[in-house]
Design a binder for this molecule. Structure first.
Ligand code: PCA
Length: 337
């Protein structure tokens, strides 16, 4: 018995000693950070996230290991934010505008027809980043980085030539803004997350949707939705975040490395999104989708719809959100001169 006590005591001493050594060198023992995302492994966001995990592991000499769980295998899209908040999982990636109930600022990038290019989208990100970082921090999250999807365009089973053509169509929705759009155009909303989209389209459950070229290709939109109108409605982003509690437990040095790698991931992700859009659109066309622009009358109708949504948003928004929108519009008009 005494021998067991003795060896146990020795182990404790050895453990404390190695912990002390670790602290003396400013290092924690290695830590795994599980990251939940709803998007498939092949998606460019997930590929970027995997590369980020690699970079972090290298930069921290294997001490901080992000482990990525794609395609909703750890938590579903709708559970990820709360899951990180409650400590079920350490980190996550979600579509920022799906968090509008947490703060109206998260939906700024899903206001239709406010940004019409990646340059605009980046300007909006620059204007809103500090506020978004703060809003996330108030919910217990440390922002790592944000990367946009390609522009949101209109997919349809049949030709859409006038506003009446939307009436009664089963429209796929993925966030509160798309639900509101379906209501305004007289369509019937059907909420389907990206992982379930391929089977929903092939199974004939949808008549139209607004999403990116990338998601359309991944979901083989051509199985049913053979019209694609380039309406450039908005450029939404995914945000990647880690629990502040977990982040605070890391050494300052490793925190710095994680943020540096996040900066690189953000830069790389914007490049990937921007450069892949044309090839995704080419893949749509190769698979028999008509890639078209929209009739000017319909365009004006959609612009008015965008104004309606912006008005809705302004009603929920406070001073801070308004200041961000104003900053973005001013920066954009200065650039246009
Ligand atoms: N793809 C995701 C979000 C935006 C996008 O382009 C989706 O359709 O669910």
């Amino acid at each position: 018995m005494a021998v067991i006590y003795k060896s146990f005591a020795l182990r404790i001493v050895a453990l404390s000693f190695s912990l002390m050594l670790g602290v003396a060198h400013g290092q924690e023992s290695s830590i795994a950070i599980n990251v939940a995302t709803a998007y498939p492994e092949s998606n460019f966001h997930t590929q970027n996230l995997l590369q980020y995990a690699n970079d972090v592991s290298k930069a921290t000499n294997g001490r901080v290991n992000f482990k990525i769980y794609p395609a909703g295998t750890l938590l579903k899209q709708t559970e990820i934010f709360q899951g990180v908040r409650s400590g079920k999982v350490e980190a996550g990636e979600v579509l920022m505008s799906s968090l509008v109930k947490e703060s109206p600022l998260f939906a700024i990038d899903s206001l239709p027809f406010i940004v019409s290019s990646y340059d605009d989208a980046f300007r909006m990100w620059e204007a809103s980043k500090a506020g978004i970082e703060k809003a996330l921090s108030e919910k217990g999250m440390q922002l790592l980085y944000a990367v946009p999807w390609p522009p949101q365009n209109l997919y349809s089973k049949r030709v859409i030539a006038m506003p009446n053509d939307f009436k009664g169509l089963r429209m796929r929705t993925y966030n509160p803004a798309t639900e509101r759009i379906s209501e305004l155009i007289g369509a019937r909303p059907v909420t389907i997350q990206a992982v379930d989209l391929t089977s929903a389209i092939a199974g004939g459950k949808l008549d139209m949707m607004l999403t990116s070229s990338s998601t359309g290709v991944e979901a083989a939109a051509w199985s049913q939705l053979r019209y694609y109108y380039k309406v450039n409605a908005w450029i939404p982003k995914n945000v990647v975040f880690v629990s502040k509690k977990i982040f605070a437990g890391l050494t300052e040095e490793n925190q710095k490395k994680i943020l540096e790698a996040a900066h690189a991931a953000e830069f790389r992700g914007w490049g990937l999104s921007r450069s892949s859009n044309a090839s995704y659109e080419a893949q749509l066309a190769e698979n028999g989708v008509h890639v078209e622009t929209i009739d000017p009358f319909l365009r004006r109708y959609l612009d008015r719809l965008g104004e309606n949504l912006a008005r809705d948003w302004l009603k929920q928004a406070g001073r801070d959100e308004l200041m961000v929108l104003l900053k973005y519009t001013t920066d954009r008009s200065m650039k246009a001169r």
